[in-house]
Design a protein around this ligand. Structure first.
Ligand code: FDA
Length: 390
């Protein structure tokens, strides 16, 4: 039996960050063959590692106050300092989103350097966890039975998104074993899917992208929308997926900030002998303009359309109501919404309120960020908070 001060389950963003602060006699275990696999593939291989504007308002949780303490004590600026100290070049892509210039692997290498001399055991699964004075874990380490023990156990095994990459939902099982509630979990930051008829229409638009304002679930995002063979994707759709619920509509404005009705009236007055799709193509991609004109049943030339007809054409652009039937699910979701109920955790330390020495950090907790570097910031902040407390 090997004794450690702290055992961390999960060598992802939160677990590695926690290991960097939890002290030298720390063991990090992961069933994967490499650490930080999601970091590696994130941001198209460049890792959108934080957001300059990260604030508690950018996170969803049953308790919107829970994330405040950790986010304010280990901020995006602290992480940016760390990145800079390691000489990792980065840039802002858009909306405060910071990406590595070179590779997401730079962030993994940085975290591994920061966490040394803690131990990292890969290809290791947990067979059993028991608690007496501390925590005893029976492990399968590369085919060998090993038992380890520690007074502190940190659960950092992420959520259910992308099972192909090793996501298991194991953290929720550990929470349940120790009497913690888990709020309803669902795929988030995920493309939306549609019924056959709508899907068929989207298929003709596959590959078209445009900036849009997408509203639903009491909120709205103005970012790009992408039409795909399966439905709708793109940042604005991924964002709204965290707020959308089954049977609800989403509303899409394909030309935010544009007075479409006024523009169409101007066209009618100045050069009315153009087709509706041609007029719309001044503000929309051509294929989309054609689709909108057909959907609105616009016929003839703009000159033939009265104000009512122009208004309904403008509405087809600005107030497109759509009813998704679902999402692409955990297969493609960037994160899991919901998780270990924050009521049972100390917001300052991430420690269980009922089970001393047990901590939950990162995505396994019911704190979910928007798209744009917020989820990694939560992993860094919560990992740091637990590491400090230990
Ligand atoms: P994370 O999932 O990183 O780590 C969990 C670890 O636990 C994994 O290493 C896993 O192998 C291990 N594990 C799981 N079950 C286990 C078990 N039973 N036994 C042992 N180990 C186990 N966010 C962002 O801010 N910017 C971005 O650019 C992106 N991009 C992005 C792209 C894609 C494709 C995805 C899927 C996700 C993102 N994200 C993101 C989200 C981000 O990756 C996510 O929020 C963090 O990785 C969460 O960090 P955690 O450490 O909590 O979990």
């Amino acid at each position: 039996m090997t004794r450690f001060d702290t055992i961390i389950i999960g060598a992802g963003a939160a677990g590695l960050m926690c290991a960097a602060h939890a002290g030298p006699n720390t063991l990090v275990i992961d069933h994967a063959k490499a650490p930080g696999e999601k970091i590696r593939i994130s941001g198209g291989g460049r890792c959108n590692f934080t957001n300059m504007y990260a604030a508690p308002e950018n996170f969803l949780s049953q308790n919107p106050h829970f994330a405040k303490s950790a986010l304010s004590r280990y901020t995006q600026w602290d992480f940016i300092d760390l990145v800079a100290r390691h000489g990792i070049a980065y840039h802002e892509k858009t909306l405060g989103q910071l990406f590595c210039d070179h590779s997401a692997k730079d962030i993994i290498a940085m975290l591994l350097a920061e966490m040394s001399p803690a131990s990292l055991w890969l290809n290791t699964t947990v067979k059993e966890i028991t608690r007496n004075d501390g925590y005893t874990l029976r492990l399968d380490r590369e085919g060998r039975d090993v038992t380890v023990t520690a007074p502190n156990l940190v659960v950092a095994c992420g959520g259910k998104s992308i099972p192909k990459m090793g996501a298991t939902g194991f953290g929720y099982q550990i929470a349940a074993q120790f009497g913690h509630d888990v709020t309803e979990t669902r795929p988030a930051l995920v493309p939306l899917t549609f019924g056959d008829q709508q899907k068929e229409a989207f298929r003709a638009l596959a590959g078209v992208a445009c900036d849009a304002r997408v509203s639903g679930g009491g909120t709205a995002f103005e970012e790009a929308v992408l039409f795909t063979h399966r439905g709708l994707s793109g940042p604005a759709i991924l964002q709204i997926s965290s707020y959308w619920r089954e049977t609800e509509a989403i509303r899409v404005n394909l030309a935010p900030g544009v007075d479409v009705f006024g523009g169409l009236r101007d066209v009618r007055q100045s050069r009315g002998r153009v087709a509706p799709a041609t007029a719309l193509a001044e503000v929309l991609p051509k294929r989309l303009a054609q689709d909108v004109a057909e959907r609105a049943g616009a016929q003839g030339n703009i000159a033939d359309m009265n104000d009512t007809a122009l208004r309904s054409l403008a509405d087809a652009v600005e107030a497109w109501e759509l009813y998704p039937i679902g999402t692409e699910g955990y297969r493609t979701a960037e994160v899991t919404l919901g998780g270990v109920d924050t009521d049972g955790l100390n917001a300052r330390t991430m420690e269980s309120k009922s089970v001393p020495g047990l901590y939950f950090i990162g995505e396994v907790v019911d704190v979910t960020g928007w798209l744009g570097g917020y989820n990694f910031q939560w992993a860094w902040s919560s990992g740091w908070a637990a590491g400090q407390a230990i």
